[in-house]
Design a protein around this ligand. Structure first.
Ligand code: HEC
Length: 122
């Protein structure tokens, strides 16, 4: 009787362990997915928040051109210091809306880096 109970609790412990291990596996898969999603965040942010005016490559969309957005790849924009680009993004300028309430400082910083990378692609 005692032996039988032990065997039952052994089976039970095993089942808990298996569930536990499976959960660790699931957890590491989902954190790996989160990590690979983070590999392209600045571009994703640019596409969702900026491309409607600045175009997917920074050249300016149809809407943007009608608002006279500057080509983000142009020397006029590229010569501006990082701090000023970050300030325009957070406070807005002319027809451009401010983003400080919808983007974190890190996201704004990543966008500045992304704008810099547009120049190199040209
Ligand atoms: C509603 C349209 C619109 C959206 C959305 C928009 N912009 Fe702009 N952006 C403009 C306009 C218009 C200007 C020109 C402002 C001016 O010089 O008066 C501009 C200018 C800029 C400039 C140049 C600033 C300068 O001093 O010359 C940068 C850099 C920029 N935008 C980055 C971004 C980024 C990054 C985003 C996304 C977070 C974004 N913009 C979203 C319309 C937009």
């Amino acid at each position: 009787m005692l032996l039988r109970m032990n065997r039952d609790s052994f089976v039970c412990t095993c089942a808990i362990l298996i569930v536990f291990i499976a959960e660790i596996g699931l957890f590491s898969v989902s954190s790996a997915q989160a990590r690979s999603a983070q590999a392209v965040p600045r571009q994703a942010t640019f596409q969702s928040k900026c491309a409607m005016c600045h175009g997917p490559d920074g050249a300016g969309s149809e809407v943007g051109k009608s608002m006279k957005v500057p080509d983000l790849r142009s020397p006029e924009v590229q010569k501006l210091p990082d701090a000023q680009l970050a300030q325009v993004i957070s406070d807005g300028k002319g027809g451009m809306p401010p983003f400080k309430s919808s983007l974190s400082e890190d996201q704004i910083h990543a966008l500045v880096t992304y704008i810099r990378s547009l120049r190199q692609k040209k």
